[in-house]
Design a protein around this ligand. Sequence first.
Ligand code: AMP
Length: 288
Amino acid sequence: MSAIETGAADGRPEVVRTVAELRARVGHWRRSGERVAMVPTMGALHDGHLSLVRIGYERADRVVVSIFVNPTQFGPNEDFKTYPRSEARDLELLELLGTDLVFAPLVGEMYPPDFSTKVVTGGAAVGLETDFRPHFFEGVATVVTKLLNACGPDVAVFGEKDYQQLCVVRQIVRDLGMPVEIVGAPTVREKDGLAMSSRNAYLDPRERSRAPVLHQVLRDVAESARTGGPVERAIDRAQTRLGAVGFGKIDYIEVRDAATLGPPGNGPQRVLAAAWLGRTRLIDNCAV
Ligand code: AMP
């Protein structure tokens, strides 16, 4: 394939900022019989994001990465303005993986002034994150629906790091009959177990050294649930330990059904948690 056909003249992934350009590129590939994977991100890329791109290439001939810090999924007092943005570095990282195309729209392209439709979520979106960030999944659902509609990929890859989000995306795709396969990717962790996240950059060195305890206590709760132990007591212990190492408010630590996120039943289960360390809210989860 020539540079003109791929659009990439110097090895850098081509960056498009409009839906029309995205559709043209992806339409060309799909008409040529190529499979296309999409990896939606908010940028500030790390190895977790890059693992999604690699999985994209295992499943498809072309990978499109979107970089869009989506304002509608941030609450009024959240970090939309300060969320880390590093497009030039992101493009260098994506180049190393041979990424075909980056869709990096401006806010006005995704949300023109007369924009007025929202995707309202239920099912897997009920509880957990929604109890603390009520606006969050509506924003995610709306932007993911728009991104998938704009790109029209065969496959889209989402991380288990945001486990409830992955379940909600699966639910949206099922409920709205969207013709795309959703692939869940395992959480990529730092050597000490902390789940990689763009927001880890907010942690000061002292907080960073304590942050892996969140993953440790989730594993303890998972082990207790697996062996049929008293889960409530394991959750109490987890809360105490988090408090002891300096975590502040614990929004939730819960064991749920891994597929529906309803109360745990006989099927696979998942432990999910969100807790504050200083001014940073960390989320993580663990299979039982
Ligand atoms: P974000 O840029 O935080 O919106 O994340 C974009 C995608 O990357 C989502 O599908 C996340 O679940 C996924 N992701 C974020 N962190 C990780 C990680 N540590 N391991 C695997 N996937 C991740």
